[in-house]
Design a protein around this ligand. Structure first.
Ligand SMILES: Cc1cc2nc3c(=O)[nH]c(=O)nc-3n(C[C@H](O)[C@H](O)[C@H](O)COP(=O)(O)OP(=O)(O)OC[C@H]3O[C@@H](n4cnc5c(N)ncnc54)[C@H](O)[C@@H]3O)c2cc1C
Length: 408
């Protein structure tokens, strides 16, 4: 049984069917859609792809694989003793259970926002379609937040030709991951695309007229006219189902290296999991598409092996993330970054004119991760990933050599 039909949950269902042609698979989805590509929502908002292209699976695909998909069906409780879940008031039994429930976007809480029709989060297909519709007539948009989601909103607004303001509470975009030099490169790219950046600013108040927000007042007192407001203020992990079950939760649902929780037979995957990564030698949460897929695959293997003599596998992937950002720049991150550890040591190379940046991260001489920014700045990635996987060590004096690795 699988709760959540995002990339982690649906990948798990597909792999379970491969592992065991005879088992019964139930997949609960509280959205009305089959799996769609969440990372294609920004291109959908920019009108670069159609809705059909974003949908990855249909009902027929689930039927063919004998996956019992329950759309628009929220799981309300897990009963560990009875080995059941409760959905629509009915108890449904499981032998092995995956919780792949992801997170829900944090709403804006500023005065004036409650019930406003033109303030949007950006996580689901339904929100994307609503924002896209609003962009047909909007002239000014405000994106709020220092995360990837706020950036995606700002980029979509500006690419749809409206005046775009981006409010960032801290001194830069992704302030926990990027240093000042990297932040500057991306801010310059945003400005070159026409985005108005406002640092050290939050929303103090949203001024309403006729049920919609018409102005955003910032903490420093600036007033910005707004036809729509996009909110990217992080996720709340959907882990309430774990309360009272014995499943441990921290920043997410805590698992071991097999993605199994503290309750045998219950696994967690994707955005919702705070998993133990034996390569990084620590627990963390990684909200990326690749991780969700890798988790789904691993969870399927270990769920199929659960209760049998079959060998269990452990997590052996270096998580990575890559995204296009303003003016065709690419940002690539893999492994750990200062976002996950504050005792990380950094080696940096930056060329502002070429918009080229590399930061390599080390823990006790062990190379553990990197962030690259710039067009085509991914050369040598496989070598870097291999060095992380093999836990290669680099004393301080040899670290700068790594910055120029290019050979694949
Ligand atoms: C706009 C946007 C852009 C992104 N861009 C990138 C990118 O460029 N690169 C990248 O690597 N990552 C990106 N991400 C992040 C990436 O999409 C996620 O990390 C990934 O989709 C997580 O997959 P998941 O299956 O763990 O969770 P989700 O996709 O969140 O799926 C969880 C599902 O479970 C459902 N659910 C929750 N609770 C219940 C319940 N009780 N019962 C039934 N169903 C339930 C939810 O409704 C949801 O459909 C982006 C995310 C967004 C929103």
């Amino acid at each position: 049984m699988i709760i959540g039909n995002g990339f982690a949950g649906t990948t798990c269902a597909e792999q379970l069917r491969k592992a065991d042609p005879a088992c019964s698979i139930v997949l609960f989805a509280d959205e009305p859609y089959c799996l769609y590509n969440r990372i294609a929502l920004p291109p959908l908002l920019r009108k670069q792809v159609t809705e059909q292209k974003v949908i990855m699976r249909d009902v027929a695909w689930h039927e063919k694989l004998a996956i019992d998909l329950r759309l628009s069906t929220r799981v309300d409780a897990i009963n560990v003793q009875a080995k059941t879940v409760v959905a629509n008031g009915r108890e449904e039994p499981w032998d092995a259970l995956l919780i792949a429930t992801g997170g829900r976007p944090n709403p804006a809480t500023s005065p004036g926002v409650e019930g406003a029709q033109n303030v949007y989060n950006f996580q689901y297909m339904s929100e994307t379609l609503a924002i896209s519709h609003a962009l047909e007539t909007a002239k000014v948009g405000v994106a709020v937040g220092g995360s990837f989601i706020a950036y995606e909103l700002a980029e979509a607004f500006v690419s749809r030709g409206i005046e775009t303001h981006w409010l960032i509470r801290g001194p830069r975009f992704l302030r926990r991951m990027l240093d000042e030099a990297a932040g500057e490169l991306l801010h310059d790219a945003a400005r070159a695309d026409g985005v108005h950046l406002h640092f050290g600013e939050e929303v103090r108040e949203m001024v309403r007229s006729n049920g919609a927000v018409s102005k955003v007042v910032t903490t420093s007192g600036k007033t910005i006219d707004a036809d729509l407001v996009g909110i990217g203020l992080g996720l709340t992990i959907n882990m309430e189902l774990c309360e009272g079950t014995g499943i441990e939760t921290r920043t997410g649902i805590v698992t071991d290296e097999h993605l199994e929780t503290a309750v045998p037979g219950i696994f967690a995957a994707g955005d919702a999991a705070e998993f133990y990564d034996p390569i990084a030698e620590q627990h963390y949460r990684m909200g990326t598409w690749n991780s969700a897929g890798a988790h789904g695959k691993l969870a399927a293997h270990n769920m199929a092996a659960f209760g049998t003599d079959g060998e269990r596998k452990q997590f052996d992937t270096v998580p990575e993330y890559s995204s296009l950002v303003f003016s065709g720049q690419t940002i690539t991150q893999f492994g750990l970054s200062p976002e996950y550890r504050d005792d990380i040591e950094t080696e940096i190379s930056v060329d502002k004119d070429k918009c080229w940046y590399r930061a390599l991260y080390f823990l006790d001489d062990r190379f553990v991760g990197a962030v690259f920014i710039g067009k085509g700045n991914r050369a040598g990635k496989r070598r870097y990933l291999e060095a992380i996987k093999t836990k290669a060590r680099f004393p301080k004096e040899s670290r700068r050599d790594l910055l120029t690795w290019t050979a694949e």
